[in-house]
Write a protein that binds this ligand. Structure first.
Ligand code: HEM
Length: 179
């Protein structure tokens, strides 16, 4: 997993809890001296162990924690590839171009990074469909990132989910202006 995800997870924990909590999470995850930098890749297992420790110590349900982290992460991801995001885009355009523009460049520039292959389809009238099939099964993170992106454009999302027959999740997304 890209170091940007781990460094922002640390920032998320420090913002919502405190610095000692991050240290306690590392101890619980059996990597007390771990230091992460945003330009390196780390084994997925490290993120898994840290997320499990964060769930245990925070008492938050895993999906709630991951979704909340996704919301926090979204503006940082946007900033990281701001050069690829035209000013005229809003939530819908950005989501429709994540795969062909953004995740494609992430794969090219960061050997070892494997962002999920996201299949977005426009259904018209501000409605989109996303088929999420990553083996990492981080649907809650995907939901949180999308909500965080929408918040940055003063828009809101209504998301419903159903399972795909071969694994993964289909999400139906309705974009509206924030109330
Ligand atoms: C705004 C621009 C975005 C950037 C720069 C970006 C970048 C990245 C990067 C660097 C990773 C880590 C990949 C790895 O290390 O293997 C990642 C993972 C991920 N991205 Fe994006 N992303 C963006 C938008 C989105 C959006 C809108 C979604 C919403 C569906 C999304 C969903 C995910 C998920 C769920 C993962 C976790 C890995 C997985 O599910 O397999 N990303 N992204």
């Amino acid at each position: 997993m890209h170091g940007v995800v781990l460094t922002k997870l640390k920032a998320f924990v420090e913002k919502n809890f405190d610095e000692n909590t991050w240290q306690a999470i590392l101890v619980e995850a059996d990597m007390p001296d771990a230091v992460f930098v945003p330009i390196r890749m780390y084994p997925d297992e490290q993120l898994g162990a840290i997320a499990a420790a964060a769930v245990k110590l925070s008492g938050m349900p895993p999906n709630e924690l991951l979704e909340s982290f996704g919301r926090f992460l979204a503006p940082h991801l946007k900033e990281m590839y701001a050069a690829l995001i035209p000013k005229s885009w809003r939530t819908e355009e950005l989501l429709l171009h994540v795969e062909d523009t953004i995740h494609r460049v992430v794969r090219m520039k960061n050997p070892g990074a494997e962002p999920p292959r996201l299949q977005f389809t426009s259904l018209g009238d501000g409605e989109l469909q996303l088929d999420y099939t990553s083996k990492r099964r981080m649907e809650a993170l995907a939901r949180g990132i999308m909500i965080g992106i929408a918040e940055g454009y003063d828009e809101a999302l209504d998301i419903t989910e159903s399972p795909l027959p071969d694994g993964g999740t289909r999400m139906h997304i309705r974009v509206s202006s924030a109330a």
